[in-house]
Design a protein around this ligand. Structure first.
Ligand SMILES: Cc1ncc(COP(=O)(O)O)c(C=O)c1O
Length: 405
């Protein structure tokens, strides 16, 4: 066991349950630990490293920026931020952008923006979806309705109305009864177990938003930047969000987040209403610009065809091991595999999921589980077919071992 595990325990607050892997470096789809062992990274820093680790174009762009300046404050104009804002609008809808440093901060910005609209328009309240995740700062946490995340913490004094994905039919009643100002949701729940909103439900939400003047806010923090085979996940469906929240992949591995506000809702923020020292970060926006250049239409087509291949292979595994694999769901390179925990067997003090994760690590593959039993695959979008096959082969071998045991 690496000494770093003990050293961390004595110095860092224990906010994370980490895998016993100390990372030394990353290249492409691979991470290497401090003993030199290679791992195939199938969750890309939780959907951040869309172009893998140390992508040469990102590194070069970053180095060029480091030679110019690293931080200048918000008192000056930053060309990168302006250009990135223009490009994000080109890739989404006409509007204006605000940049910050993380997903939670981006959610805060969206909530504050809605709040400002509400003050002027005399409306309050946001509808949010059960088992959603929008971040861990207190505002974002108030919008996050997930067990094991918001416990013990106060909510901000603002109405958040919770509705489950199964109750979308009842949303009209909620809109009539509460007259909320906005609705906030993820197209695919990331931490909530990779639940994809069906198109008809999205269309229903959009229709009702228009009918009752409710602002549609889409959290694309995990789904955005090419992850689903479209630049933003909402573009897989005929819907038009009013406010879009982004983060994670946009900074090319550097902290960066923000919101896009549709033109129709421009004009509610003035100087002093919102801000952050590090946003827009010149290095993150430089790497973001390069990221956008790489993720062109051809790149997105490739993401889709690799995704089809991966889903097909997973379906074959499901046919072979129906007692272990349940639903397979997702879009593009955001895929959830439901693991059926048939036996309560103890594997050297580990449950089935912990054991499977441990076995993957042993075999040099890093995967993530969410909601207890959902294998959440978020590989770098540059993953190659042969790496997909390597993963599926290893997964099949593990499932066969469990079937036999
Ligand atoms: C959908 C979604 N929203 C918000 C967040 C919060 O982002 P951050 O961790 O950068 O604050 C996350 C992070 O996982 C997320 O997946």
């Amino acid at each position: 066991m690496s000494e770093w595990l003990e050293r961390e325990k004595s110095v860092l607050l224990p906010t994370y349950s980490r895998y016993p892997v100390v990372i030394e470096k990353g290249r492409g789809t691979k991470l290497y630990d401090d003993k030199g062992k290679e791992y195939l990274d199938l969750f890309s820093g939780l959907a951040v490293n869309v172009l893998g680790h140390c992508h040469p174009r990102l590194i070069n762009r970053g180095k060029r920026q480091l030679d110019k300046y690293l931080h200048i404050s918000n008192f000056y104009y930053c060309k990168n931020a302006i250009e990135l804002g223009e490009k994000l609008i080109d890739r989404s809808f006409p509007g204006k952008v605000f940049f910050c440093n993380s997903g939670a901060e981006a959610t805060e910005a969206a909530i504050k923006y809605l709040f400002k609209i509400g003050v002027k328009e005399g409306r309050r309240g946001i509808v949010v979806i059960k088992n959603s995740f929008h971040g861990r700062t207190l505002g974002a946490l108030s919008a996050t309705k997930m067990n094991g995340v918001s416990q013990d913490f106060p909510s901000i004094e603002y109405p958040f109305y919770e509705i489950s994905r199964r109750q979308i039919d009842e949303i009209e009643d909620l809109f009539i009864e509460k007259q909320p100002l906005g609705i906030l949701f993820e197209i695919i729940s990331g931490s909530g177990g990779i639940q994809v909103f069906p198109e008809e439900e999205l269309l229903q939400i959009q229709r009702l938003c228009k009918k009752y003047d409710v602002i549609m806010v889409v959290d694309e923090i995990q789904t955005g930047i090419g992850r689903t085979g479209k630049f933003f996940a909402y573009q897989n469906f005929p819907i038009d969000p009013d406010i879009l929240i982004f983060a994670k992949g946009i900074g090319g591995g550097n902290p960066l987040g923000g919101i896009i506000v549709r033109d129709q809702f421009d004009g509610y923020f003035s100087p002093g209403d919102h801000g952050t020292t590090f946003g827009p970060n010149p290095l993150s926006t430089a790497m973001g610009l390069e990221t956008l250049e790489v993720i062109n239409d051809e790149f997105l087509c490739d993401v889709k065809s690799k995704s089809q291949k991966l889903i097909k292979e997973l379906q074959l595994l499901k046919e072979k091991f129906p007692e272990q694999i349940g639903e397979i769901r997702g879009l593009g390179m955001m895929i959830g595999v439901e693991m059926l925990i048939g036996s309560k067997k103890d594997y050297d003090g580990m449950n089935y999921i912990q054991k499977i994760q441990y076995n993957f690590i042993e075999k040099g593959i890093l995967v993530n589980f969410t909601q207890g039993n959902i294998l959440r695959l978020l590989p770098p979008l540059i993953i190659e077919m042969k790496e997909i096959q390597e993963f599926v082969k290893t997964f099949g071998e593990l499932l066969a071992d469990y079937s036999a045991s």
